[in-house]
Design a binder for this molecule. Sequence first.
Ligand SMILES: [Zn+2]
Length: 547
Amino acid sequence: MKNLLPLSLACSLLLWPKSMGADAALMADSKKVSVVEYLYADVSDANTILSTFDSGLLSTYQGKDRAAWEQFYREGRAKLSKKLERFPTSGLSDRDSRAIAAMRKQMKAFTGGGAPFGPTVKCKDAARKEIAYADLKSALVACFVEIGNRLDFEGGKINRVSALDLLHETSDSGRRKAVFFAFVPLWKAINGNNEADSPYRRMMAAAAAEAAKNGSEIDNAARDVGINPAEVEHWLVQILDAWRESSGDAMVEPWDFRFQTGEADRLLGTYIPRESLQPINQRYYRDLGADLEQMGTLYDLAPRPEKAALAYTEFVTHGRMVNGVWKPTVARVSAPYERGGLFVLNELVHENGHVVNITAIRSRPAFVDWPSDLFTEAFADVPSWSTYEPVWQRRYLGHEAPEQLSLRALYSVVVLDVAWSLFELRMFRTPLTDPNALWTEITSRYLRIVPHPELSWWAVRVQLADVPGYMVNYGFGAILTAEMREHTSEGLGAFDTGDSRWYGWLSQQLLRYGSERDTRTLMQNFLGRSVSPQALLQQIHRMKPVS
Ligand SMILES: [Zn+2]
């Protein structure tokens, strides 16, 4: 499909939001709703600005300090709650009613400060048997900060991201094993000695009880694709089977898995020093038609001891129409990068996939918010998977790894996410399951990893504690990523080495709706059919079986 006619329409809408049709879609139908909606936008900004302060990035914003923003937030929020609670929904247009409902729901998630992934309790609180579910999750996130940000290695300290990177890059097998076992204190903090009432196992029991009432991330992902959770499990197993078929029968130790699949990372590591991460990232997005600097994106990429233990992207301010002109969204990226390398670069490009997702939203204030978790994580990988294509590497690094090695490096990371997705899906279904036994069963069967049920080596992802079930958005999300990459290549042509139309085209097709359009409708309209695992299976089958 090479018909690019809709593209000219896409660009005109994006560049001239003053045109009649576009303008109307960005505003409420009723004047009264519009007033509440603009108050909502201001309070929502204050909420994310306070989080930006508390992440440690800023001490003033737009000339005001934290105290001034907090006062603005408190007063604004009180006013907004009153207005939203009392708002009469009869007599409103359908889209205004949906906007009111969306604002009521989203306002409940406002925190009024506190850094994202910043724990409110201590890691040691996870040992308290009577601790409430929310505090237990927060305590386990605290373990990732307190322990995961300072793992003991060779007489010094390294953080979790660096340790995972070193598992790809360290050629001395003894040293590699030592990196792997540097995680032991973290594993113990999360899952004790794997006893039936270990912190993680108590947390999962509570998570499953909560999901029985309100649904889980896995239920949401199934809904977003229009299938049931049993089919989600079947699709995950299909992907793992495809990997197994391409990977030969030899068993590998868990401390060697990332090394064995990470040869591309090693071949290219020296060409990606830490200081080159941002220039490469920015150049790639410029080639895709998205100028991150011009967007005013804020970056906080250096490690700090108390900083969030993982990379994330968040709004600073939310875009909106002001006097007929679009005032753009400003995003920020936080990460704890000590080292460069392809694994880290791929993650940085993923985070900036989130940046272009939210800066592309052109909607009324009620819907200038994240789309579903599944879509959000899946879309961020659409640009980032290109970093493992030799043509991308040649252009942006000046060197390339052989295609087969690059593909194996990329999909080994994807199938680990799929393994975690299946792990969580089954933990939710049977929360009394022994997690070490389950992880051993999945990784030995599909990834050919030597069983070590005595080790909780699955406990290296912050998401497992922050939002149980979230890993499905990566593992199962890979199916949507492959679909979006394939369909975009069909619509625009290959984009691994850039295409200045990419950002405008995807903005128009997928991103401009924000939280207004559900993922199932969005993907159905984009693809012209329902989502299927075929595109991802085809990608995995690009790998020639290892003999
Ligand atoms: Zn992400």
